[in-house]
Design a protein around this ligand. Structure first.
Ligand code: SF4
Length: 346
C-alpha cells in the first residue's frame, strides 16, 4: 500500500496484543483488516519478540511496520525479518551512528522509516526554547530529516504527536509547509472511545480538510477495531473515501411519532460490515417537516409520518410502508442499489 503522492489517504492501526503471542497478534491483524485497516504497526519491545515478529510479518495479510524504541539492534533485526516499514524516534535509539546503521539497512530493503516525534519526549535542547511546542516539534523533526538526507535516505514518513488537539493541528500545518514528505496524522493518547473519537475527528479531520496528511491512525484506549471504524468515518465525512454508507438521521423532537432512535440503531446494526464500493447516502427522518426533503436528496431515504414511513429512492415517488417493516425494506433497497441499478418501484 503506497503512502503519499497520489495514493489515497490510508488507515492504519497498531496491535495491542503481546507480539510474542503470534496467534493472538495475527488474529487481531485479521480482525483489523476485515474492519478496513490497511497498514498495521507492531511493537518489537524486546529480543524475545523478534522471532515471533518474523512469523507475524510472513503471515500477516497487511503490510507490517515495526515500532521500535531505545534499541537499534531491534530495528536492524526487524528490518532483516521483513518489516515493510520502521517507526523510530531517532532521538532515543542510541545516537547518530546507530541511526545511520538503521538507514543503511532500510535503504537496502527499500523500506520507509517514519520519524515519530512526540511532544512529550522532545530532546533536551528544546526544553528551554521560547518557541511554541508545535514549532519545537517541527524543528526537532527537521533536524532529523536533514540527518537522514545527509545520509542519502529519502524514504521518509513523518509524525508529530501530541495529545493536545490544537497543538497537533498547528504542528502538522507547520510541517506541511516545511517539507514534502508524507505525513502520518494522529492525535496521540486521545483517550477512550468517546472522547478519543471526538479529539481525533477534530484534529485529523481539520487537517484532512486542508489537504494535509497521507495516512491516519486514530488512537483509542479501546479495541483497535474501534479505531478503524472511527478512521473510516473520518475519511468518509471529509470526502476522502467515496465508499460505504453514510447515514443522515434527525435528532427527533415532539413531532416524531415512531421510535426513531431504535429504528436508526436497527439500520446501523443491519448495515454493519456492509461496505459498498460506492458511497450511499441513507436518510432516516422522523417527520414530514424536513424528512421528505432529506429523504429525497439521499440515495435511499425514509421519512416517517404519523402512521407510515415513506421510502424514497433517488428522489423518486415514495413507497409507503409500516414502521416495523421499514428498516428491513430499507436495507434490502440499499443492498440492491449498491449492486448497480436503482431498484424498481413496487
Ligand atoms: Fe423533529 Fe421532524 Fe426535524 Fe426530526 S425531522 S427533528 S421529527 S422536525
Amino acid at each position: 500500500m503506497g503512502i503519499g503522492g497520489k495514493h489515497p489517504v490510508s488507515i492504519q492501526s497498531m496491535t495491542s496484543t503481546d507480539t510474542r503471542d503470534v496467534d493472538a497478534t495475527l488474529n487481531q491483524i485479521i480482525a483489523l483488516k476485515d474492519a478496513g485497516c490497511e497498514i498495521i504497526r507492531v511493537a518489537v519491545p524486546a529480543k524475545e519478540a523478534l522471532a515471533p515478529f518474523k512469523t507475524i510479518v510472513e503471515k500477516s495479510p497487511l503490510p507490517v511496520v515495526a515500532d521500535i524504541h531505545f534499541d537499534a539492534y531491534l530495528a536492524l533485526k526487524s528490518i532483516e525479518a521483513g518489516a515493510q516499514g520502521i517507526r523510530i524516534n531517532p532521538g532515543n535509539i542510541g545516537g547518530n551512528k546507530k541511526v545511520k546503521e538503521i538507514l543503511k539497512a532500510a535503504n537496502e530493503k527499500n523500506i520507509p522509516v517514519r520519524i515519530g516525534v512526540n511532544a512529550g519526549s522532545l530532546e533536551k535542547k528544546y526544553w528551554h526554547s521560547p518557541d511554541s511546542n508545535a514549532e519545537k516539534m517541527v524543528a526537532s523533526v527537521m533536524d532529523k530529516v536533514k540527518f537522514f538526507e545527509d545520509n542519502q535516505f529519502f524514504n521518509i514518513k513523518i509524525s508529530l504527536k501530541s495529545s493536545d488537539v490544537s497543538q497537533t493541528v498547528q504542528a502538522y500545518r507547520l510541517m506541511d509547509q516545511a517539507c514534502d514528505y508524507p505525513l502520518h496524522l494522529g492525535v496521540t493518547e486521545a483517550g477512550t472511545f468517546f472522547s478519543g473519537s471526538i479529539k481525533s475527528a477534530i484534529g485529523i479531520g481539520s487537517l484532512l480538510l486542508e489537504g494535509i496528511g497521507n495516512t491516519i491512525r486514530v488512537s483509542l484506549t479501546d479495541d483497535p477495531v474501534q479505531e478503524i471504524k472511527v478512521a473510516k468515518e473520518i475519511l468518509k465525512v471529509t470526502g476522502l473515501r467515496k465508499t460505504g454508507i453514510e447515514i443522515i438521521s434527525c435528532p427527533t423532537c415532539s413531532r416524531t411519532s415512531v421510535d426513531l432512535i431504535s429504528l436508526v440503531q436497527e439500520a446501523e446494526k443491519e448495515l454493519a460490515g456492509f461496505e459498498p464500493q460506492k458511497k450511499i447516502v441513507v436518510a432516516i427522518m422522523g417527520c414530514e417537516v424536513n424528512g421528505p426533503g432529506e429523504a429525497k436528496e439521499a440515495d435511499i431515504g425514509i421519512a416517517f409520518s404519523q402512521k407510515y414511513g415513506y421510502i424514497f429512492k433517488k428522489g423518486k415517488m415514495p413507497e409507503k410502508i409500516e414502521p416495523h417493516r421499514s428498516i428491513a425494506r430499507l436495507v434490502e433497497l440499499i443492498k440492491e442499489f449498491a449492486g448497480g441499478e436503482t431498484p424498481p418501484l413496487p
